[in-house]
Design a protein around this ligand. Structure first.
Ligand SMILES: CC(C)(COP(=O)(O)OP(=O)(O)OC[C@H]1O[C@@H](n2cnc3c(N)ncnc32)[C@H](O)[C@@H]1OP(=O)(O)O)[C@@H](O)C(=O)NCCC(=O)NCCS
Length: 156
């Protein structure tokens, strides 16, 4: 069955909560998710198969930066390119809204996520030691987003 990618909206609350629980052990509460989904400067993208949310990515737009806050793929759907697809859609959405850079923090031990971000061109820019509650270090990564050309190139 084919899948489609679209912006997450407040109507997607239950689907986001379910995927958050399944893939991130419930990173955000229902109230936090409601705030994320309602705020226009916090874009989110979801990849759906029929009514099932398989992958999602979200971030905060801060001036011309996209701060990525979450990327998650349903456990049984991993290594099929869905994480890359939904993250690319989020980056493109942010770029269209004026973002020039994207950044994130990722646990240095999260090999899958670190590899996913590297595969999209993110570069390591620093380390926050002991950043996470379990003592893991956080890698800080940045990606430059290509600017939007206001005009199509002419032929003359
Ligand atoms: C990290 C995560 C989002 C990756 O999603 P995914 O759909 O499996 O990733 P993709 O299939 O799009 O993989 C894209 C690239 O990332 C890398 N990658 C993904 N999973 C990997 C793994 N387990 N080991 C090594 N590399 C991996 C590979 O380079 C891969 O490209 P390839 O398949 O062509 O080799 C997924 O594992 C997940 O949801 N993890 C739990 C939540 C999480 O840790 N989120 C990040 C912090 S919020």
């Amino acid at each position: 069955m084919s899948s489609n990618v679209r912006n997450l909206t407040p109507e997607d609350l239950q689907a986001c909560l379910a995927l958050d629980r399944a893939s991130l052990e419930g990173l955000w509460t229902s109230a936090q998710w409601q705030a994320e989904l309602a705020e226009p400067r916090r874009p989110g993208m979801g990849l759906w198969q029929a009514d099932t949310l398989l992958a999602m990515a979200s971030g905060w737009l801060v001036v011309d930066e996209l701060h990525i806050t979450l990327v998650a793929v349903a456990p049984e759907q991993r290594r099929r390119g869905l994480g890359r697809q939904v993250l690319k859609a989020l980056l493109e959405d942010a770029r269209q809204q004026g973002a020039r850079h994207a950044t994130l923090e990722v646990a240095a031990t999260n090999a899958a996520a670190v590899a996913l971000y590297h595969s999209l061109g993110f570069q390591d820019a620093g380390l926050r030691r002991g950043y996470y509650r379990n003592g893991d270090d956080a890698l800080i990564q940045w990606l430059r987003l290509p600017p939007i050309n206001d005009a199509e190139p002419g032929c003359g």
